[in-house]
Design a protein around this ligand. Structure first.
Ligand SMILES: *Cc1c(COP(=O)(O)O)cnc(C)c1O
Length: 411
């Protein structure tokens, strides 16, 4: 008799976004004329930069000629792309990262889940609360947790609250944890981590033999020059951190798919016999076996991000979303709400007014303004009483949503 991976049965079956869709559907069935504006899901809305499209069109043509046709590429990504990433994203910021330490992939979502393949089952794992749900669910799937308690937390994970009290950055735990997920600029709160804060994490990780998983998917949104873009700007990070980056949010590749993971060759963890094992070797083995690389065409598109035109075009794209975020922050502040984030990130984290729960505010907003956001409680227990508004939308929709919301608050 075939059996299933029982750990999947512990998952709260895709709760957040299906529940949002269900409530929106009930509302639109009853109010078919309502003009819904969705500021909920974290997907980009603006088209791919021209430099990327031009490069991909050229690459398609190369695929049509047997002298330039490409079959399987290197599982780790083409050297020309890895070199550009190493130079532009890391070495230019003083990070000692070599092209050979960069693994090109089809997404950070996949990589943040897949990375668990190379770690033992007995690690103590810490996540922030609220958190990008992928980190939690992939740990549940692979059997690193027990069931869920009444607070919606999985036993076996260490939850580090990120709240207004700690500027939405995780405080260093008093207990010992082995693997720590940090995401800055943060999804969902839009907060950033200072150099001092990340140094404290790196020092903690080195003192405890822990590994930091640093998700820098939103680094392009950093506007404050003092905020690090990479964990490798922090002294000692080559000894304790893996970094995830993506072309999804800076270049609009959410549907095109290209990302990268950095595994420094200096990074080790313990085997059960007590010996030190290089994580680079294990990740390289894992990728070579379970992954066959990102399409040549897509890697050429990603490479174009680093051209002069590409850089100008992604800057314009990011600025466009940041301007949306600024409008959202200003209008909601003017309406009397407490807002966080939105300055170095495309997300605005709003305190719900009058002590409303996240879902009550969701319903109120949907019913009175036809605007859809994301309840903070969907990202973790400490997100209760907060609400995420995404800046990924057209200017027209953002302006219209803010007009409706300022009206809502004044009545
Ligand atoms: C959008 C996002 C990513 C990017 O994921 P891809 O699979 O590369 O599209 C990674 N981490 C977080 C927290 C995100 O919000």
């Amino acid at each position: 008799m075939a059996t299933v991976n029982d750990h999947y049965l512990k998952l709260k079956a895709g709760y957040l976004f299906p529940e949002i869709a269900r409530r929106v559907n009930v509302f639109t069935d009853a109010n078919p004329d309502a003009k819904i504006i969705r500021l909920g899901i974290g997907d980009v809305t603006e088209p791919l930069p021209e430099a990327c499209r031009t490069a991909m069109i050229h690459a398609v043509e190369e695929m049509g000629d047997r002298t330039t046709f490409k079959g399987y590429g290197p599982e780790q990504g083409y050297a020309w792309l890895r070199e550009k990433i190493a130079t532009h994203d890391f070495q230019s910021r003083g990070c000692d990262i070599d092209a050979s330490e960069i693994f090109v992939s089809d997404g950070s979502k996949c990589d943040t889940g897949n990375i668990l393949d190379i770690f033992g089952n007995n690690n103590i794992i810490a996540v922030t609360d609220p958190v990008y749900p992928v980190y939690v669910d992939t740990n549940v799937m692979i059997g690193r947790t027990k069931g869920m308690n009444e607070k919606g937390e999985y036993e076996g994970l260490v939850y580090l609250p990120i709240t207004a009290e700690n500027n939405f950055t995780a405080s260093i735990p008093s207990e010992k944890v082995d693997l720590i997920y940090l995401c800055f600029p943060n999804n969902p709160t839009g907060s950033v981590a200072t150099k001092e804060h990340l140094q404290a994490w790196v020092d903690y990780a080195r003192a405890n033999g822990s590994i930091i998983f640093f998700d820098a998917a939103y680094e392009a949104y950093i506007t404050d020059a003092s905020i690090p873009h990479s964990i490798y700007e922090i002294e000692g990070a080559r000894e304790c951190a893996i970094e995830f980056r993506s072309f999804s949010k800076n270049a609009g590749f959410t549907g095109t798919r290209c990302a990268l993971t950095v595994v420094p060759k200096t990074l080790t963890a313990k085997a059960s016999d007590g010996s030190d094992v290089e994580l680079w070797k294990l990740w390289n083995r894992r990728q070579s076996t379970k992954f066959n690389g990102v399409p040549y065409i897509v890697q050429r598109g990603a490479e174009a991000v680093y051209s002069e035109e590409g850089q100008a075009q992604i800057k314009a794209l990011v600025s466009f979303y940041l301007e949306n975020a600024k409008i959202i922050c200003e209008k909601l502040k003017a309406a009397g709400l407490s807002v966080y984030g939105g300055i170095n990130a495309p997300y605005v984290w709003v305190k719900t007014p009058n002590g409303l729960s996240s879902w009550d505010f969701f319903d109120k907003l949907l019913h009175t303004t036809n605007v859809v956001g994301t309840p903070g409680s969907g990202f973790g227990a400490a997100g209760e009483g907060y609400f995420r508004i995404s800046a990924f939308n057209s200017r027209e929709n953002v302006n219209e949503a803010m007009k409706r919301m300022s009206h809502l608050m004044s009545v």
